[in-house]
Design a protein around this ligand. Structure first.
Ligand code: NAP
Length: 321
């Protein structure tokens, strides 16, 4: 255990955590960040980012490096380690990483989420080279191209409809004979002239060497090749919140509940004034980014929430410590 009690520990080194670090560092709170190993989150697996304000085009890892330089410039202590244990049952809060127990007056959780992938080696090899899990981010690169979408939920419907703005043909590959998406979304997809659905269809391999050239499909135990330029996975996301189970309140899918999110369903999450919109069920523990947000999931929205969490933390420390 270290002797020092920190003002704020930030868990997570993606855009939300980094934005929280900039603000808490500039508020003289000397934040310490556990950025994870490997650090940086989902942007490290992204190639060109063209929708982050201020950069017409920047590589995902380059954007993360710029944010890291900025937080270090303002004095954030960044440890590229994974947190292995937390104890929020009493104050100061305890956070363990690299077998060292740290203590802190406040904590910001920004551990993010991960897209679920099919788990094919060819899919991993071509990630960022035509394989993507975010049509909002990468759809623009497929103007006048043929793309595929895997999945049968609302995300798959949304991604397919969005892709019709760019692609000439959008093919949905779904493993069953019925979608689980809401009726209205299904209707939009099924009546769209650019979208075709292939039912009972599994993608067993992504074809191509330097970029996606097609997929291998399995239909009724028969395999065949299908030519396309891009493949979008829309088979769900998992928030990185396992560590916090039993410590702060999570929703039924494992996303962290904050004052703002709980209020949407008329629920009061904590004893705090509702001005702390990013507060979790434990006063003094705040949350931001994709571990909270399963709706927008953008680097920009994560940054915004990270800033809100930093401002909430600063005010909460002023008023409560
Ligand atoms: P989801 O509802 O869990 O759907 C995942 C889809 O992926 C399912 O159709 C599933 O097939 C398929 N799938 C899962 N694993 C697969 C695998 N290994 N191989 C092939 N297919 C696989 O996830 P989601 O679409 O991301 O939605 C998550 C939540 O957000 C839902 O509650 C959804 O309603 C909500 N959402 C809402 C909106 C909106 O209202 N605009 C937009 C997006 C998401 P099976 O059907 O066979 O299980």
């Amino acid at each position: 255990m270290t002797d020092k009690i920190e003002n704020v520990l930030i868990i997570g080194g993606g855009p939300a955590g980094l934005a929280a670090a900039v603000y808490t560092a500039r508020a003289d709170l000397s934040p310490m960040m556990f950025a994870g190993a490997p650090y940086g989150g989902q942007l490290m697996l992204t190639s060109d980012v063209e929708n982050y304000p201020g950069f017409a085009s920047i590589l995902g890892p380059e954007l993360i490096e710029k944010m890291r330089e900025q937080v270090k410039h303002f004095g954030t202590k960044v440890l590229d380690q994974n947190v292995t244990k937390v104890d929020f049952s009493q104050t100061p809060f305890k956070v363990t990483a690299g077998n060292v127990e740290y203590r802190s007056r406040a904590v910001i959780i920004a551990t993010g989420a991960q897209a679920i992938w099919l788990g094919l080696p060819s899919e991993t090899k071509l990630r960022g080279k035509g394989v993507s899990a975010c049509a909002t981010c990468d759809g623009f690169f497929f103007k006048e191209k043929i793309v595929g979408v895997v999945g049968g939920g609302d995300s798959a419907m949304e991604e397919a409809l969005f892709l019709t703005k760019f692609a000439t043909e959008v093919h949905i590959f779904h493993r069953r004979d019925a979608f689980r998406a809401s009726k209205i979304m299904q209707d939009r997809v099924l009546s769209h002239p650019k979208i075709k659905v292939m039912w009972n269809t599994e993608v067993t391999e992504v074809l191509g060497d330097q970029k996606v050239e097609g997929v291998k499909l399995k239909i009724a135990n028969k395999e065949s090749d299908f030519k396309l330029d891009g493949l979008f996975l829309a088979i769900g996301h998992t928030p990185d919140t396992e560590l916090f189970k039993g410590q702060v309140e999570l929703d039924e899918k494992g996303y962290m509940l904050t004052t703002a999110i709980a209020a949407l369903s008329g629920k009061k999450l904590n004893k705090l004034d509702s001005k702390y919109q990013t507060a979790t069920s434990v006063p003094g523990v705040f949350a931001a980014g994709d571990n909270v947000d399963h709706t927008y999931r953008q680097a920009g929205t994560a940054v915004g929430m990270g800033i809100s969490a930093a401002l909430d933390t600063e005010r909460w420390l002023e008023e409560n410590i």
